[in-house]
Design a protein around this ligand. Sequence first.
Ligand SMILES: *[C@@H]1O[C@H](CO)[C@@H](O)[C@H](O)[C@H]1NC(C)=O
Ligand SMILES: *[C@@H]1O[C@H](CO)[C@@H](O)[C@H](O)[C@H]1NC(C)=O
Ligand SMILES: *[C@@H]1O[C@H](CO)[C@@H](O)[C@H](O)[C@H]1NC(C)=O
Ligand SMILES: *[C@@H]1O[C@H](CO)[C@@H](O)[C@H](O)[C@H]1NC(C)=O
Ligand SMILES: *[C@@H]1O[C@H](CO)[C@@H](O)[C@H](O)[C@H]1NC(C)=O
Ligand SMILES: *[C@@H]1O[C@H](CO)[C@@H](O)[C@H](O)[C@H]1NC(C)=O
Ligand SMILES: CC(=O)N[C@H]1CO[C@H](CO)[C@@H](O)[C@@H]1O
Length: 646
Amino acid sequence: MLFLALLTLVSLAAAVRAVTVSVSATASHAIPTTLWGQMFEDISNVRDSLAPTCPLIVLQNRAFQQVAPNTAGALNAWQSINGAALNVVADPIPVSSALPNSLQVTIPAGSTGSVGFGNEGYWGIKVTAGSTYTASFHYRFPTVSAFKGSFKISLQTSTGQSLVSTSVPISAASTAWAQVNVTLRPTVSAPSTANNFTVTLDGATASGQTVNFALFSLFPPTFKNRPNGMRVDIATTLAEMGPSFFRLPGGNNLGQIVSQRWQWNATVGPLLDRPGRVGDWGYINTDGLGLMEYLNWCEDLEMQAIMAIWSGFSLGGTSVAEADLEPYIQQSMDQINFVVGDPTKSAPAALRASLGHPEPFPLKYVEVGNEDFFAPSTYTYRWHDFVVTLQAEFPDLHFIATTDTFNPILSPNPLQYDIHVYQTPTWFTQNSFFYDGFERNATTYFEGEYAAISTNASDIFGTPEDGRLIFPTMQSSTGEAAFMTGLERNADIVFSASYAPLLNHLNQTDWTPNLVSFDAGNVYPSTSYYVQKLFSLNRGDEYLPSTLPDPTGTLFWSVVRKTSTREIIIKISNTVGTAAPLTFDLPFGTVARTGTAQILTGAATASNTPTTPNLVIPKNSTIATGKTFSYTAPGFSVSVLTLVAH
Ligand SMILES: *[C@@H]1O[C@H](CO)[C@@H](O)[C@H](O)[C@H]1NC(C)=O
Ligand SMILES: *[C@@H]1O[C@H](CO)[C@@H](O)[C@H](O)[C@H]1NC(C)=O
Ligand SMILES: *[C@@H]1O[C@H](CO)[C@@H](O)[C@H](O)[C@H]1NC(C)=O
Ligand SMILES: *[C@@H]1O[C@H](CO)[C@@H](O)[C@H](O)[C@H]1NC(C)=O
Ligand SMILES: *[C@@H]1O[C@H](CO)[C@@H](O)[C@H](O)[C@H]1NC(C)=O
Ligand SMILES: *[C@@H]1O[C@H](CO)[C@@H](O)[C@H](O)[C@H]1NC(C)=O
Ligand SMILES: CC(=O)N[C@H]1CO[C@H](CO)[C@@H](O)[C@@H]1O
């Protein structure tokens, strides 16, 4: 027995020899305050699912933007109730020039009971007892009539059971537009999210009447009660990550074709003035979440905007000729002035002031296009012409290039690059030292999009069957965390980093995996979300060099100090299933005898999904610490160890 036990000890020692990590007391570089943040461009899927959700709207196709009148498709998400005839028409008297289409509703002659229409939201509408829902719409009669009646506005289950309703008298059956504003306060919660927003008339009194409707809106309470604000649960989840920057408005969202590019001025001001656009993924963006809403969101979360401008290239492949660039450069200048300009000198800045924000928003970085490595030959003149003009106008701004660093050679030489990487978990593990060899000169880097998306290197953009991940897994998340320890080690040249994409509506997924998924009722933070949160909430302001991990190994770490609290914060990623013991040597005068460990750990394939939303979440524990202490990182784990040292 003794002999056996000894043998076991010997073999254990051979298998799991502790790695010794000696930490330096002297910092090598500062950690930029903007290191961890969020990249946003769309809801990866339905940007204005965004609508239903984050922000803007609960109702889908609420303003008939960009649809073809007189088609069935124009009625997307709308249904008749009790025989009402519905059609989307090009209204001869539109509610606004930006919104030319109206929903025309005819109550058939001889109707009885409640007749009208409903909207099913974005794959459902959550109805919660005690919440106040703010609803509004515009209406007019195509022909004047003597009709007297009222609209009944309700939230009801998909089987027609009323959850809450209110009636509004029709002031006059006039051909001029009128607006209805109501609030709905349900006293019961709906059993599911399969609910509808409905507007009905009494069929007998309204028999034969035709009414045009435009720009519907339905909002539950919003984050910080912002008008047109964000869905509270999603916004809270994003806020709890403690992001310090927000990359907007994309990404590919800048535009697939020139005429449908994202234009800042089509997204600000009254909703009536926002035409919406056919977005890059084929569905219609309401632009209810516009530039001002983005900036308010940044202000609410104390994030800096990293804002992109459209730089003369559309992802579909078109580059604007150099001779024709001027209006686009002017539009980008207007966009920047909207954010930072002086209202007494610039019309876009005056517009911002008129929307309630005379002070400029903080803005340091402007990204010139997106992924222009798709058009390097035209980026040479586009980069040059945009940057030379904008830099002269805005000397304090820093411009980020989006091509590969060595191709093409740009003038003026970029001092910031945005680097994107979608790869395998193994790639991230093996590239934890990606930036270590970069030349230390004035050039700095933004890891603007990164995610481990497939376990199959030969088919990184392939089908799920070949290894594409639907949700982040502990294997993918620990790979990303290994890479992120490298970003902290290289934070002298990496100024910001953001996982992408951020959000995914589960009922309209077209890209996986995503950081946070949601549906009409719930939010599902992924394992990678918790990794981002652990790094973001446990920042230091100084990097402390330590024994380097083996670049070809499976265990990675980084050590930072938060000088204000004298905390030493150690982040460890173990990217394989075998537990890994470490011994830390800390060269400080006094080191606390205990510290805390925040640990995220689970099986390689463990994911947080709608059926297992909290399968892997960080857990806290107290650990023994000291000038020398041991810690064993569980298999597939990300650990954050915090201790005080003087
Ligand atoms: C939306 O997705 C959720 C989660 O995947 C699913 O349970 C639900 O049935 C879907 N709803 C609709 C309306 O398709
Ligand atoms: C409805 O609310 C909007 C926004 O608050 C307001 O501008 C409008 O005047 C209101 N309309 C009516 C008829 O109360
Ligand atoms: C936005 O501004 C551009 C000029 O920069 C103009 O062509 C376009 O019509 C404007 N769009 C809207 C919706 O105001
Ligand atoms: C820094 O070095 C890189 C790599 O050699 C080079 O591409 C870049 O132009 C340099 N930056 C500056 C500002 O010289
Ligand atoms: C990886 O993807 C390639 C290309 O789709 C496929 O042929 C191969 O079978 C996949 N390998 C694995 C292990 O799934
Ligand atoms: C775990 O510890 C961190 C850092 O002290 C703290 O912010 C967090 O709230 C703790 N979490 C739980 C669940 O106690
Ligand atoms: C009248 C109406 O809008 N009905 C819809 C209610 O919502 C369900 C889905 O939850 C739709 O199928 C109905 O068309």
